[in-house]
Every structure is written in C-alpha cells, then in structure tokens.
Write a protein that binds this ligand. Structure first.
Ligand SMILES: *Cc1c(COP(=O)(O)O)cnc(C)c1O
Length: 395
C-alpha cells in the first residue's frame, strides 16, 4: 500500500535550512515517535498529564512549575494572558477585552518581531521602549534597563524580552528593574537551545516565565513548546488553556497544577483553548526533552560537525566558491560563498525546484552565501546534496 505521503501526493524534502516551522521542523527519533504512538492508544486526564509533564519541566529548568504548550508562540500568548488576569476567573472569561485590567506590556523596541502577535492577541497595548541607535551606524546604544523601568506604570502587566546572544539590555538588568516594581518578565527563548544550560539560565537570571520551542533542536513534536516559570503564572496558564467544560463539584484538577480551594469558581474555556495540546504531543515532548538533556552539548556538536565535514568533503572541488564550516554558533553550519553574490538566489531556487527539493538557509543570500544546517539532515542526504550542487554549478 502507498504511504500516507504518497497518497497525499506530498514528497519529502531535503531540509538543510534547519528546524523551521515552514519546513515542518525537525525530525523525531524513533523513541519519541513510539511514545506518541503509545499515548495515542489510551485516554488520560489531560490535566494530570500536564501536571506530570510540568514537574519534569520544572526539574529540568529549575523553575517552580512547567507546562506543555502548542509551541513557543503559544507560550508567549498564555504567559501574557496569565500576567494580565493573574488568578481572577472573571478576568479570564473577559479576555481579550482587557478593560479595567492591567493591560500594557513593555518590550524593548529592538526586540519587536512578528511572533509578538501572540502577545498582542491578548488584547493588551504594546509599549515599545528605546531606540536601537546602533542601527544608524552612528549610535552606540540600544534600549537600556533604566528606560524600561521608566516606562513601567500601574497599568504594566508584563515585560516581554526576546533572548538572543546579542540581546540588549542584559536580561538580569531588566529583571532587576522589573522586580523593583513588582512586574513579571516573560522571556521568548524559542530557539535558544543548545546550549542546554539555557534551559535554566533565564529562570536563574530572574525571568518569571520562559518559553522554548519543542519542535526545534529539542527534537519534540513540531506543534509543541515548553513554558516554565512561577507556579502562580503556570496555574493561571492552565486555567486558560485546559478544556473547562466541567461541573465545579466534579472538577478534580491535580493540586500540583491547580489548587482548586483558592478559586471562587472555575473559569470557562479561556483565551488559550484554541491552542490545545494533545496527549501524544506531551508524551513525545517529554521523551525528546529527556533525550536532549541526556546528550552533552559537546557530543551533540560533534555529531552535527561530522555531518557538516562529510558535506564539506563531498563538495570540496566545487568550482568558484568558498566553502567553510562556521564554528561561531551553537550549531555548526556550512557556509558556501559564491564568487558572484547575485547568483545566490538562483542557486537556492534551483536546489528547491529539483527533485528531491533541497532547502537551505537563505539568511545571508544577499551576500551570495548559502548556509547548510545539519539539524534536519541524515547521512544519506549528503551525497544527493553534493550531486545537485555540482550539477547546478556546472550548468
Ligand atoms: C521559532 C521562534 C518562535 C516560535 O516558536 P514556535 O515553537 O514555532 O511557536 C518564537 N520566537 C522566536 C524568537 C523564534 O525563533
């Protein structure tokens, strides 16, 4: 019988672009897939499963509590909602109408990006702070922590910070300023793994909630993410994410996740209900996360590097281009620089349009550089990539 992809008429691609969502994220190891299959064969109380996963996440991140979301962006939305409503079920029911609530969220202007739709969808007003003066080439400064502190008012629900190796101001300065004013800090750390130490780092630096993608380098299901942080926020997340079609008297949420006694009543379905998470996703993510932390950064790097060296060897005699492995990032990538920068777009297109379709990272395409990431490649894909490059470059 034809495989499901054959039946659908969808052909697998060779993904050298890395675990990006538009190319379906990373591949999963067999034991992650097995865990999803096992979970799919039974029914569970989903709140109990979230509570158990949350405990594992808390242990691995050093946070008080954890939760599985349908991606890092969903984590941003849920964390923002939790900061706005806190533990008030009435406010939870009214979102995204934030009238009468703390409804301003601060972001350094240089951190703005289109994943922050997730933050804005909660009905808040985004307050941008600072100007990246460095962008002009004349300035030397980005947003500073004192400017963030200066923007905090009694309407401020949260500060959102996007973690990057080059992000300014330093997170520890932002969390210190926020703490002085009693305002929570949410960190978008979607793609900040490896190093695995980053699982703990942002919490240690004072963040109240941190989200990671499950489908990038962790190797979990593509539609998953991790949220970790303060217990109260995670409870407010769970209350606005779980299915709430329950009678209060029969509702028995796990106390580790939701302490029912402190609530005046149960909220109805919340703003997070459209980004639900299935038992298969939770099961797969937990196995992937355990595997991710069990492998050292060094072993992971060596595994990826070997694949890139294999590719470098296979294309060593490509005419008219410079090939080098870039060791400056947490993931080793191969950079193929063309003699004529304007040929980059054409080459990327030829690789995409061939069979099988080959996708590369095009972040430096204007400089005529194609970037190959090892994360979603397997060894049997190296020769086809080399053959197609040779064919394209000789044409
Ligand atoms: C990938 C990414 C996201 C989105 O993560 P998902 O898990 O796909 O929701 C958000 N923010 C940043 C900075 C990212 O790189």
């Amino acid at each position: 019988m034809a495989s499901v992809l054959e039946q659908l008429g969808v052909r697998p691609i060779i993904n050298a672009a890395g675990p990006v969502t538009r190319l379906s994220g990373a591949c999963m190891d067999a034991d992650v897939i097995d865990a999803m299959g096992e979970a799919a064969r039974v029914c569970v109380d989903i709140a109990q499963m979230q509570a158990a996963a949350g405990q594992l996440i808390a242990g691995i991140t050093g946070a008080e509590s954890g939760y599985v979301t349908s991606g890092a962006a969903a984590g941003l939305m849920l964390a923002t909602a939790a900061c706005v409503t806190e533990m008030d079920p009435g406010k939870m029911n009214r979102l995204p109408d934030t009238a009468g609530m703390k409804n301003e969220v601060i972001m350094p202007r240089s951190h703005r990006n289109f994943y922050d739709h997730a933050v804005r969808s909660v009905g808040i007003t985004l307050v941008e702070v600072g100007i990246s003066d460095r962008f002009s080439g004349a300035g030397v400064r980005d947003t500073e922590a004192w400017e963030i502190a200066d923007a905090i008012t009694d309407q401020t629900a949260a500060i959102v910070y996007v973690a990057q190796s080059f992000a300014q101001p330093p997170l520890s300065q932002v969390t210190a300023a926020a703490r002085d004013h009693g305002v929570p800090v949410i960190v978008d750390a979607a793609g900040q793994l490896p190093p695995a130490a980053n699982l703990k780092r942002f919490i240690r630096e004072g963040a109240d909630a941190v989200c990671f993608s499950g489908g990038k380098t962790i190797g979990g299901p593509q539609g998953t993410g991790i949220l970790c942080g303060r217990s109260e926020l995670i409870t407010a997340v769970a209350l606005q994410h779980l299915d709430m079609d329950v009678h209060f008297d029969l509702w028995t949420p796990p106390p580790a996740l939701i302490h029912k006694a402190i609530l005046p009543g149960a909220p109805q379905h919340g703003i997070g209900r459209p980004c639900k998470v299935g038992k298969e996703q939770i099961a797969g993510l937990m196995v992937a996360l355990k595997k991710f932390v069990a492998e050292s950064d060094e072993t992971r790097y060596a595994r990826w590097l070997q694949r890139m060296e294999h590719l470098a060897d296979a294309i060593r005699d490509l005419p008219g281009c410079d090939i080098r492995i870039d060791h400056h990032r947490a993931i080793p990538v191969l950079r193929l620089a063309l003699a004529h920068a304007e040929m980059g777009m054409d080459l990327a297109r030829q690789l995409m349009e061939g069979d099988p379709s080959i996708h590369v990272s095009t972040s430096d395409i204007y400089d005529g550089i194609l970037i190959f990431s090892p994360v979603c490649l397997s060894d049997d894909m190296i020769q086809p990539i080399a053959d197609r490059l040779k064919q394209a470059m000789s044409g």
